[in-house]
Design a protein around this ligand. Structure first.
Ligand code: GTP
Ligand code: MG
Length: 139
């Protein structure tokens, strides 16, 4: 169990809007160490599989279209209490409800196009990291 690791993606909207650098800066400044990272592009099938847990939700189709609409940055982050602390750093799903200074408040445009993903549990962090990275790609 990788209790001090979480998984993140900088989503297609934030990549397109030129926020990769600013978001990575904020991640580093908040005490997270990047232990794996890649610039990649999810196929529609990849996005369907990654977000399979949401397949019954009304926004699933929109989510899959959006997440496969352009390149993303995927990364594994390490810090004590990583999952919870990263959720605080990114802010609420809906940027209108996100706290001042959070990544979503600063860079998200809507509830769907909300700049970043953050794992919601240690178990999912491990599953999501494995989805994108082999053990040889994590340092
Ligand atoms: P992630 O870190 O991306 O998992 O976001 P989250 O944990 O804050 O939210 P959740 O897991 O509930 O939803 C996953 C993603 O689905 C969100 O980040 C949004 O991109 C998208 N989503 C959630 N609710 C809505 C919605 O009402 N409309 C649309 N279009 N997308 C939504
Ligand atoms: Mg989630």
């Amino acid at each position: 169990m990788t209790t001090n690791r979480t998984f993140t993606m900088i989503k297609p909207d934030a990549v397109k809007n030129g926020h990769i650098g600013a978001i990575l800066d904020k991640i580093n400044a908040s005490g997270f160490k990047i232990v794996a990272m890649k610039y990649t592009h999810l196929s529609k099938t990849d996005a369907e599989r990654f977000y399979a847990v949401h397949s019954e939700r009304p926004f699933y189709g929109e989510l899959v279209e959006f997440m496969s609409s352009g390149p993303i940055v995927a990364a594994v982050l390490e810090k004590e209490n990583a999952v919870e602390d990263f959720r605080v750093l990114i802010g609420s799903t809906n940027p209108e409800e996100a706290a001042e200074g959070t990544i979503r408040k600063l860079y998200a445009t809507s509830i769907g196009e909300n700049a970043v993903h953050g794992s919601d549990s240690d178990e999912n962090a491990a599953i999501e990291s494995d989805f994108h990275f082999s053990q040889r790609e994590i340092y």
